[in-house]
Unconditional design. Structure first.
Lengths: 609, 253
């Protein structure tokens, strides 16, 4: 499938060139630049050139795994066309150049295996490329005389490589031996004797054992011209950091590395006049730095010491000279000087009696300054005097370690007295300002056993009393409605009420009569007769007064009472009347029979009407 | 005579046994608390578990057992017993807080769409009132309704506007109380739930190992039980995902 018909010349191989030619006059060439010696700091370019009368669509080639090389970027593409007049005919040719940027891994042999390039559906295979990588050089300018040819420089430009060697990176610490916590400066400077057009970091090391703060740099403003070994260099501060050792011991700062694009000087007078020239990309590394960090002495360490190492001064102020009791005064302490205050806590402020002091708050923090190692911090306390009088606050104490003297020092500043007046408001002693911070979260504690342990209980809806109470209204409601309506009728219908009560009333009177059976005959018979007459009057809702036998009989007839019962009723009444007027007529036994007969008559009437 | 004596003897024996059981259970409870105080979490957990075997259903017992399991780092068991305690005493703030803390320590985070906003606030109110109180309120409302209907129906004037409004108010209150009580019951007791006890459990599409794995639940996740088969539980998550897990991988709340 592959139509590679590569024709590779021995010369091309020797110079790191491989050529593959197709039948349709398309030529695919792979080469490595620079052509001269290559060091481990050189950026290698793999250039794939596709030439032909016309170049159809080209697929981006997939580069193979390479020996001792990694791909740093690419491909960059460029196209060109040319026309030739030959024997009156015009012939056109085009070229497409794909450039990959490769980075050597280590000194030794590098190899780019053959790989395929597809042009217009036809695959062309390149030849393998081999070349040697020499050890590179990093570090400062050469010690004397003119800078020698640097292996790390691009030397594909022949003799002009010497100019390119005058580009190097240098890292420098402001001190090589410091105390733990003492701030120092790390600067990385790019020295270039030729114009620099681009700069990019390729490796920025981590800094274990060091707290680092980046300090911004301005390449143009801070650029300096320095003369070293009789040669002028432009010095660019490309990185600057404040470092603070967090422990003690020997530390190592690994090299920084960067790619620098410089304009190569040309000896062509026309090129020089028109500032023409070619660009070269260089890789440069700094040297490895050593730092010795001494531990802070334990002897003489004041209790107020919180880690400040350097040289400082402190200023303490209050925002007012007099205050009402219960009102707040802001006390500020500003510590500034040379050294890092990044991890330093506030000074200690003693709390006098009758004064409430809240936790200090950091209100300002800055670093830098002319020496770039300066720093400043301001803390504020809210002080609330609780009683009138004179508030004398002891100055906050700030302790630090002075690296120059190798000993600890303590700062105090006088604080003016504050007059505390008797204010109108009562000081609020119970309310603390500031939020309570939860430091940790854990489960709530066990529950104690108060009372006995509970056994399983059925849910309320399954208990008998609940079910009964839920059903009961359904039963009680109809009954309640009936009773209510009856009561309403009793209250509103007098005749109905009389009729409903007639039997009970008659029964009560007959009971009373029975109780009087052994006593007065008149009273007994009057009671029996009254019970019978009142019963009928109540049932008919008529007045009992003046009712004759005939009228009573008529009423009973109206109610549908049978004649026999009416006769019994009349006979009973007549017996009572007779006995009332003939007191000795009724014997006790006859009286009992009379009451029994009267009760039977009432019951019979109750059943009828 | 002999039968009466035997009955009395039996009753006394039962009472004595019950009292002895309560005494020994409470002693075991205190002993487990003491072990917990001394940081002997394993011993405390076993002690509380032993008290549970007496048949008690006490939220304090479940809560203390959950605390012991939490300290042992067994979040699944801890959440299971916190859930049981919460079911019995939903308004207890310690149980609610510890359950939330234990849930924050498990791997699965499953958002309950109903557990936020006004509904969450309403649930807190329901828990604070309690199921029994809601039932009593509903019952009182029912009695009130019956009383008003009876009174108005037995009067000559019938339902006056004032009594009509009163009836509507009591009716609405009764419906609300009954609905709330039912919802609380369904939430806490009515829906069978379980807590995953294994470090992880594959939820399969069906009750058998030959089914496709749908998702994985991890220890401490609370799931609803939708169905059961021998050895398998069909569970669902608040987000609607459903699958079958081995029944020994979860503990029923």
């Amino acid at each position: 499938m592959t139509r590679a018909r590569a024709t590779v010349a021995a010369l091309a191989l020797a110079s790191g060139l491989s050529i593959a030619q197709g039948a349709d006059d398309v030529r695919v060439t792979a080469s490595v630049l620079p052509r001269g010696a290559i060091s481990e700091t050189t950026q290698v370019r793999l250039v794939i050139t596709i030439e032909g009368n016309s170049i159809p669509e080209v697929s981006s080639p997939r580069l193979p795994a390479m020996t001792n090389l990694t791909i740093a970027g690419g491909p960059q593409t460029s196209r060109s066309s040319s026309y030739a007049f030959e024997n009156g005919r015009v012939s056109a040719s085009s070229s497409l150049i794909l450039t990959y940027f490769l980075t050597p891994k280590a000194p030794g042999t590098a190899e780019i295996p053959p790989f395929d390039v597809t042009v217009g559906g036809t695959t062309y295979r390149t030849q393998a490329l081999h070349f040697q990588i020499a050890a590179g050089r990093s570090g400062p300018a050469p010690p004397g005389g003119r800078a020698p040819a640097v292996p790390g420089a691009d030397e594909d430009e022949g003799a002009e490589g010497a100019d390119l060697a005058d580009v190097f990176l240098q890292s420098r610490l402001s001190a090589t031996s410091v105390w733990s916590g003492q701030a120092l400066m790390l600067e990385v400077t790019l020295y270039a004797a030729t114009p620099v057009s681009a700069f990019a970091w390729t490796d920025v090391p981590s800094l274990p054992g060091l707290w680092a703060e980046e300090i911004p740099v301005d390449l143009e403003r801070e650029r300096q011209i320095v003369t070293m070994n009789g040669r002028q260099y432009a010095a660019y501060p490309v990185a600057r950091k404040t470092l603070v050792p967090t422990g003690a011991g020997a530390l190592s700062i690994e090299p920084y590395s960067a790619q620098i694009q410089v304009r190569r000087a040309t000896r062509d007078p026309f090129g020089a006049f028109f500032s023409l020239g070619r660009f070269a990309t260089l890789t440069r590394k700094t040297n490895r730095l050593k730092l010795d960090v001494k531990p802070l002495p334990e002897v003489g360490r004041p209790p107020e010491f919180s880690g400040a190492v350097g040289s400082y001064k402190m200023n303490v102020t209050a925002d007012r000279a007099s205050v009402n009791a219960g009102d707040a005064v802001a006390v500020r302490a500003t510590v500034e000087g040379t050294g890092s205050l990044q991890a330093v806590g506030p000074p200690k402020l003693a709390v006098p009696p009758d004064v409430k002091i809240y936790e200090p708050k950091l209100v300002e923090e800055s670093s830098g300054g002319p020496q770039r190692l300066g720093s400043r911090k301001t803390w504020e306390w809210v002080v609330v005097p609780l009683a009138p009088g004179t508030l004398r606050l002891a100055s906050p104490a700030f302790a630090y370690f002075d690296p120059a003297a190798g000993s600890y020092r303590e700062l105090r500043d006088d604080l003016a007295e504050i007059a505390v007046l008797r204010g109108a408001a009562t000081p609020d002693l119970g309310i603390a300002r500031g939020e309570i911070q939860t430091t940790a979260k854990d489960i709530a504690f066990l529950k104690a056993l108060r009372g006995s342990l509970r056994t399983s209980t059925p849910p309320i809806q399954r208990t008998g009393w609940f079910v009964t109470l839920a059903v009961l209204p359904l039963v009680l409601m109809p009954a309640g409605i009936l009773l209510g309506r009856r009561r309403e009728r009793y209250l509103s219908d007098h005749g109905f009420a009389r009729a409903r009560r007639a039997a009970r009333k008659a029964a009560r009177r007959l009971d009373r009569a029975a109780a009087m059976a052994g006593q007065s005959s008149t009273a007994f018979h009057e009671e029996v007769a009254g019970a019978l007459v009142d019963y009928v009057a109540d049932r008919a809702n008529r007045s009992a007064a003046g009712l004759t036998y005939d009228q009573l009989d008529e009423v009973l007839a109206t109610k549908g009472v049978a004649p026999d019962l009416r006769r019994r009723y009349r006979a009973c009444l007549e017996s009572c009347d007779f006995a009332r007027y003939v007191p000795d007529a009724g014997r006790p036994a006859a009286r009992t029979d009379l009451v029994t007969e009267a009760r039977a008559i009432v019951r019979a009437l109750e059943d009828v009407a | 005579m002999n039968r009466t004596a035997l009955s009395a003897f039996g009753l006394i024996a039962v009472l004595c046994a019950t009292a002895a059981r309560a005494d020994s259970a409470e002693a075991a409870f205190e002993q487990a608390c003491h072990a917990y105080d001394q940081g002997k979490w394993d011993e405390a957990a076993e002690g509380f578990r032993g008290v549970l075997r007496y048949g008690f259903e006490d939220p304090r017992l479940e809560y203390n057992l959950a605390n012991s399991e939490y300290k042992r780092g067994r979040m699944g068991e801890a959440i299971l017993h916190y859930e049981r305690a919460h079911r019995m005493a939903p308004s207890d703030p310690d149980i609610v807080a510890n359950l939330a803390l234990a849930r924050s320590r498990i791997r699965d985070v499953i958002e309950d769409p109903d557990a936020a906003g006004a509904l969450a606030g309403w649930r807190r109110i329901q828990d604070r009132i309690g199921m029994t109180a809601q039932a009593v309120i509903a019952l009182a409302g029912f009695w009130g309704l019956a009383g008003i209907v009876t009174w108005c129906a037995s009067r000559r004037g019938g339902f006056t506007p004032a009594w009509g409004w009163a009836l509507c108010a009591v009716l609405v209150a009764t419906i609300l109380a009954t609905t709330s009580w039912h919802a609380t019951w369904t939430r806490l007791q009515g829906t069978p739930r379980a807590v995953v006890l294994h470090p992880s459990a594959e939820a399969l599409a069906g009750p058998g190992l030959n089914n496709t794995s749908q998702f994985t639940v991890h220890e401490g996740t609370t799931v609803e039980i939708r169905a059961e088969r021998p050895g398998w539980l069909q569970v669902s998550l608040p987000n609607g995902a459903t699958g079958w897990i081995p029944s020994d991988a979860a503990g029923r709340i």
